[in-house]
Write a protein that binds this ligand. Sequence first.
Ligand code: KIV
Ligand code: ZN
Length: 390
Amino acid sequence: MTQHPARIRIFDTTLRDGEQSPGVALNHAQKLEIAHQLARLGVDVIEAGFPIASPGDLEGVSRIAREVRGPIIAGLARAGRADIDAAARAVEAAGKPRIHTFIATSPIHMAKKLNLEPDAVVERAVQAVQYARTFVDDVEFSAEDATRSDPAFLIRIFQAAVEAGASTINIPDTVGYTTPDEIRALFAQIRAALPPSVILSAHCHDDLGLAVANSIAAAEGGARQIECTVNGIGERAGNASLEELVMAFHTRRDHYGLETGIRTRELYRASRLVSRLSGMPVQPNKAVVGDNAFAHESGIHQDGVLKARETYEIMNAELVGREAAVLVMGKHSGRAAFRKALTDLGYSDLPDDKVQHLFGRFKELADRKGQIYTDDLRALVEARSDIPQT
Ligand code: KIV
Ligand code: ZN
């Protein structure tokens, strides 16, 4: 446990890696709206796009750089002059511009995709970082497919990139292959090999459903920047989910000793906005932002929550910008929740035997119908003919 939590930076790539989700294409106005919400949320870095990808992407990044203040605005570039020129042009109007350049370092990527020897890859990385530094002071370097790369080669290329002027070193799990223990050890090894002033960054994909766990393990190994997306959208199975990471660090800050600068009450709004504009629905059981994340259905849980919310809630819905937790009325609901629901509807003075009778009717209805809504409850109470008169 740490007395003063260390700060972990949130690098949001919803507008770059997130937009690489199959089927997602955001227009400039939508990107800008999301970027403003990300700034309200308090992210440290917005990766606004991949400017070389198209003139539209370049313009989208430029508009965000011109209009959004607060976070660092980053543009992505492969390790080549044309990409870096486009990224530099796109972020030049930003208050805090960053160029994020990358090259692949795993044997399979170097041999099959780049067709380059490792020495040539290091040379390209150095040239890219040096060239990016002629435009901006803040350069991030990433080793694509780092978690399937030789750690000794990673250390070599990262030391060369730092020497060339990179201040943030990103170690991506590009294909979502690593595990928490593996990535924690990799970060610790690389942390020990680089100057303390260099910020290590984690960028995890969710192919095995481990992106959040791996990002947190990377932080335990020394990462102080985490790359993630709202609702976890991104290539294939997506990226680490911003809201899950932020709430894990917040809820377990005594355990991890780390804190973000995120205004948690803006999380739900960000999630709804990204879902609406990207057209990607959020699954109901999604942690933090799913419809059911703060809904209690079983009688035992409802009774507990009515007595003390902490019995079954590790964080309050209000903390992430949602309405207070809801008790969902269904066949698993118990008497305590049923009575509370009636009281909330204004039926606080019903005698116990009537409530008892109505509860039996409610269970029959719930068996037939599944979820019970307030109108159903009202109808039950108002159907007075079958309620015993006292
Ligand atoms: O997944 C990845 O490796 C990336 C890099 C461009 C950082 O998105
Ligand atoms: Zn990625």
